[in-house]
Design a protein around this ligand. Structure first.
Ligand SMILES: *Cc1c(COP(=O)(O)O)cnc(C)c1O
Length: 324
């Protein structure tokens, strides 16, 4: 573990971060201290080659169908980049759907998520021809029935399972346990009911099961546990697809280390093979693609020194650009 007061370890910085001869930080060859003169602060600076390298790594590991979770970072250029690198794109709101379509990503490469998709958002996604809808609740199945009655469309869906795996991550970003706003509980019997209902419904085409156990998961074994819980459903119903979601942890501070995308994929794919799954196995990383690729620039303003206690250095940003 490195010294918290020492220099920032390389593995927390973008791949193409470097130190210039005068000691200043550069990203992708650009001296970051020069950028505020043109762009102001706070300013997100992304290393494009880093983003592309992570997309390539995950596509090599999982193959076609692997999706970038847009909430980790989305703008028109980012949507185009992940599409160019062969990833699909997860969107979770009408706004994200709009950005992806405006960027020219074909709707067939989009996956629609969310525990409270409105009828309007679902209708927009059907009109556009979104490739996959991840159904989160019985209320959503009701909405899809009503829309089917109106337009006759039959979207390809995955059913989101809540596998009951308590990944050791912060409770606010943990989603795989039974008490979750997301998905159909496996232990409660809801997933069984959902599979039965959706398989018999003319309104949806069930192509698979989805599970996302949370974010900032550093221990690959939690994904293994989730696969073991979900596997019987995928196997017994002979569903062509399984998505294991995202959630691979990324280090933000000194002392944190995470498995690589390749190591994570190997754990997931080995677990699926061991569980007898022959379906297409895919995933939806967000942070693992985008987080380390960026640095945020701020301008120092007020400095308050409390002698013998500490010095507060205020910058021109906060929770809106750098949430916990
Ligand atoms: C947030 C989220 C992801 C991505 O999570 P990361 O921690 O950014 O990898 C993937 N799938 C779903 C459904 C999510 O909500």
């Amino acid at each position: 573990m490195s010294d918290p007061a020492g220099p920032l370890p390389r593995h927390l910085l973008p791949d193409n971060a470097s130190v210039l001869p005068d000691g200043a930080l550069a990203v992708g060859g650009c001296a970051v201290a020069d950028l505020p003169a043109t762009y102001g602060t706070p300013l997100f600076v992304y290393d494009e080659d880093h983003l592309r390298a992570r997309c390539r790594e995950v596509v090599a590991a999982f193959g076609d169908g692997v999706s970038y979770a847009a909430k980790a970072f989305l703008c028109l250029a980012m949507a185009r980049l992940v599409h160019e690198e062969g990833m699909h794109l997860d969107v979770a709101t009408g706004g994200e759907l709009h950005v992806a379509l405006a960027a020219g990503v074909p709707a067939s490469r989009l996956v629609l998520h969310g525990n409270n998709k409105s009828e309007g958002e679902l209708a927009r996604a059907r009109e556009a021809g979104v490739g996959r809808t991840v159904v989160d609740s019985f209320d959503e199945l009701d909405r899809l029935d009503r829309l089917h009655a109106a337009d006759g469309r039959v979207p390809a869906v995955l059913l989101r399972a809540t596998p009951g795996v308590e990944a050791h991550t912060h409770e606010f970003v943990r989603t795989g346990q039974l008490d979750s706003k997301f998905g159909f509980g496996v232990a409660s019997g809801d997933l069984a009911k959902a599979v039965e209902r959706a398989s018999a419904s003319p309104a949806v085409d069930v192509v698979g099961i989805h599970a996302h156990i949370g974010s900032q998961v550093f221990v690959a074994d939690f994904f293994h546990q989730a696969v073991e819980v979900i596997a019987p459903w995928v196997r017994d119903f002979d569903l062509p697809e399984l998505s294991i979601g995202g959630g691979l942890g990324v280090p933000y501070v000194v002392g944190e280390e995470a498995p690589s995308i390749t190591e994570w994929a190997r754990t997931v794919l080995d677990a699926c093979r061991a569980a007898g799954i022959r379906s297409r196995v895919t995933a939806e990383p967000g942070r693992a693609i985008a987080a380390r690729a960026a640095v945020t620039l701020y301008t120092v303003g007020t400095i308050k020194d409390i002698p013998g206690v500490r010095t507060y250095v205020a910058v021109d940003g906060g929770m809106s650009d750098n949430p916990r």
